[in-house]
Ligand binder design. Structure first.
Ligand SMILES: Nc1ncnc2c1ncn2[C@@H]1O[C@H](COP(=O)(O)OP(=O)(O)O)[C@@H](O)[C@H]1O
Ligand SMILES: [Mg+2]
Length: 483
């Protein structure tokens, strides 16, 4: 069955499948029910009719018994004196003597047969003393006829027989009408089901069609396409996910374009300086002892910047592409913090910035790659130093969240803090607040995105809040080492 359905009998579109399902579910049971009802009604009605006829025939047999025994003639109208109305109108009664000769009949058309022996169903059985009833299927009239026959008794003696029959034309007509009605009801149900089915399936197929158009648009680069989210629950969820995906793709595309523009810009400025310096040297500055070291130092500085830029770009590309391989060990965070602080100590004291550590000795070890944690710390300390004015201070502190098994490391500075509108973008690639501020383009806006990738790879989180007085508090978490 399944194979047949899969093999092509089942329509290919969801809409057609649903409609066929509705129709089969509605029409098949309805048809069966109608057919069954028709059969049952028929059966019950005929059984009732035959019972009535049987009772009626035996009542009549009783009422005519005395007259027959006394040899009196029986008037035709007496034969249908008390049957119930439907019988009275349609039934025919035949009365026979003990030899099977017709002695009375309610049927005017059969009057000419009086005195003759005619064959009627059940008469010979009745004359033999048996009461019979039944349906005569192939009568001469061409319609089924219900009949009942009873012996007429005088004491124990059979003195005649009574036969009553009833044409089932009316019942056949009624049956046919009922059949038509059932067929009409089934067809009406079919139509209603089709309409409802069409409506319901449109609710499913229309959103699907919109989704597939939108997906095609996005595939061809139109990332602005969104689909309406008014659909049945599951499809609404699908539409929502689709829109989120479209938005993410659109953002990624915008970021890609912005990245290219940023890289080109970041390369062009130092390249321009390098070219100017090189041209100056070529034009004779190389022989001027006061100019030469300045130009050469500038060349070195810009080349270093370009080196750092490409290093950062390569690292970020690798990290984002899943190339961040962590060599995790149980490591003492306090030791890493000390190492990082010593690394920036010289720069801090050159700016008269105080570098305070508030790190307890008895901290749980973290499960981390020490080199990558140092990279985080250097980046955050470098930012803090760059934003802290002369005479300010930087504080590094640690707090343990034992229930969640996380160690939080805070780097707080006394700089300007983070502007509200900058906060959501801080960790985005290439985002920098104080664009072009520091001469040879030290800040490329890549540091925090690299930091975020490393923290994420460790299963930690990173956030920033402004401190009540002034300054920013960058903090990130690392998981405790197992055990
Ligand atoms: N400690 C800080 N105080 C204020 N602003 C900061 C601080 N650290 C980072 N920022 C802001 O976040 C931006 C992005 O930082 P980052 O990704 O490290 O790039 P970069 O340091 O190259 O500018 C910075 O340009 C700066 O505007
Ligand atoms: Mg930075």
């Amino acid at each position: 069955m399944n194979k047949i359905l899969r093999g092509g009998l089942a329509p290919r579109s969801i809409r057609a499948r649903l409609i066929v399902t509705y129709l089969v579910l509605i029409v098949v049971p309805l048809g069966l029910l109608g057919w069954f009802m028709l059969q049952t009604l028929d059966h019950i009605y005929l059984a009732r009719l035959l019972d009535d006829m049987n009772v009626e025939a035996s009542l009549m047999a009783e009422s005519v018994a005395d007259d027959i025994a006394a040899g009196r003639t029986i008037a035709a109208e007496d034969l249908l004196s008390h049957p119930p109305p439907p019988l009275r109108a349609q039934a025919r009664v035949f009365l026979f003597d003990k030899d099977g000769q017709l002695i009375a009949t309610s049927d005017t058309a059969s009057r000419s047969l009086l005195g003759q022996r005619i064959i009627e169903y059940g008469v010979s059985a009745a004359l033999a003393g048996r009461s019979t009833r039944g349906i005569e299927e192939n009568s001469t009239a061409g319609v089924p006829i219900a009949y009942a026959a009873q012996p007429v008794l005088n004491g124990d003696q059979i003195i005649g027989a009574i036969h009553m029959d009833y044409s089932l034309t009316d019942i056949q007509t009624a049956q046919r009408e009922l059949r038509y009605e059932i067929i009409i009801v089934v067809i009406a149900a079919w139509l209603i089901a089709s309409l409802i089915g069409l409506r319901l399936t449109r609710g499913i197929t229309a959103p699907l069609a919109r989704l597939s158009t939108a997906a095609a648009d996005i595939a061809s680069g139109d990332f602005a396409h969104r689909v309406p989210e008014d659909a049945p629950t599951e499809l609404a969820a699908l539409a929502r996910s689709f829109n989120q995906m479209a938005e993410a793709l659109q953002k990624a595309e915008q970021a890609r374009q912005a990245t290219f523009a940023n890289i080109a810009h970041d390369v062009r400025t130092p390249l321009g300086s390098i070219r100017a310096a090189a041209e100056a040297l070529a034009a004779g500055a190389v022989d001027q002892p006061d100019l030469r070291p300045r130009l050469l130092n500038g060349l070195i500085e810009h080349a270093q910047y370009l080196g750092r830029l490409t290093d950062d770009l390569l690292r970020l590309a690798a990290y984002e592409g899943g190339g961040l391989v962590l060599r995790r060990i149980a490591v003492d965070a306090a030791r890493l913090i000390e190492q990082a602080c010593q690394g920036v100590e010289a720069k801090a004291s050159a700016n008269s910035v105080m570098l305070a550590r508030n790190v307890s000795a008895s901290l749980p070890r973290v499960w981390a790659d020490p080199d990558r944690v140092l990279e985080i710390l250097f980046n955050l300390l470098d930012n803090a130093l760059r934003h802290t004015p002369t005479g300010g201070q930087i504080r590094v502190s640690v707090e343990a969240d034992a229930p969640r098994r996380l160690l939080w490391i805070h780097i707080c500075d006394s700089g300007p803090g983070i502007a509200t509108e900058a906060a959501p973008h801080l960790f985005e690639r290439y985002w920098r607040g104080d664009y072009r501020r520091s001469g040879a383009g030290v800040n490329m806006g890549l540091g925090l995105s690299i930091v975020r990738e490393i923290v994420k790879a460790h299963g930690g989180a990173i956030a920033v809040v402004n401190l009540p007085g002034a300054g920013a508090d960058f903090h990130f978490s690392l998981p405790f080492a197992p055990g």
